[in-house]
Design a protein. Structure first.
Length: 188
């Protein structure tokens, strides 16, 4: 069952999402339009942190290997600023990694699915489906793929993905609890 805004708000009061916006924000206090973030009827739209965004680059003679990841394949992206707000540029046909501005503390009776926002999908930006299992703590790593041949903006401090909260039965598996514990320690 997908949890509603009432449940999300109750759990946020217990520290599930920090910082937390109890409504969908579409404009800043100064009146600037933003890609929405905050609480919606059946989800929560989180923001991309301006702190770090990296783009995969081909390093001649290398192959990206998930077992032996070469950090030289990730290049820090510059944070730009104009009248529309702060943003990173994701080159055409490339892939970038960012981090969520909000910190999550997923309760033991829920699992979170992170899905892309239609605002970015219409521009050819695909956010990778990312889970956060029951008990997980930390800032989500956010993955974006630019399927367009054109460079695209990814706005920092604005909504970039939506979280859906699913009710789950507590797992009895010691293996699952150990995985969550290890992931949580890495994200501190």
């Amino acid at each position: 069952m997908i949890k509603s805004d009432r449940w999300i708000k109750e759990m946020a009061a217990q520290g599930m999402i920090t910082p937390f916006e109890d409504k969908l924000v579409r404009r800043t206090d100064a009146g600037l339009a933003v890609i929405s973030y905050g609480l919606s009827s059946y989800g929560y739209d989180i923001r991309l942190s301006p702190a770090d965004f990296r783009i995969f680059r081909h390093v001649p003679g290398t192959v990206i290997d998930p077992k032996r990841f070469n950090p030289h394949n990730l290049e820090p992206a510059e944070l730009h600023q104009d009248e529309l707000g702060p943003f990173f540029i994701l080159p055409g046909h490339s892939y970038g990694l960012g981090v969520a501005l909000e910190k999550l503390a997923v309760p033991d009776n829920a699992t979170v699915l992170c899905i892309g926002k239609s605002t970015y999908a219409r521009a050819g930006i695909i956010a990778n489906l990312t889970p956060a299992e029951a008990g997980w703590r930390g800032h989500l790593t956010l993955e974006f793929s630019n399927s367009s041949p054109a460079d695209a903006r990814i706005y920092a401090g604005e909504g970039c993905v939506q979280l859906l909260f699913l009710k789950v039965c507590p797992a009895r598996s010691a293996m699952r609890r150990a995985r969550v514990s290890i992931k949580t320690k890495k994200n501190r």
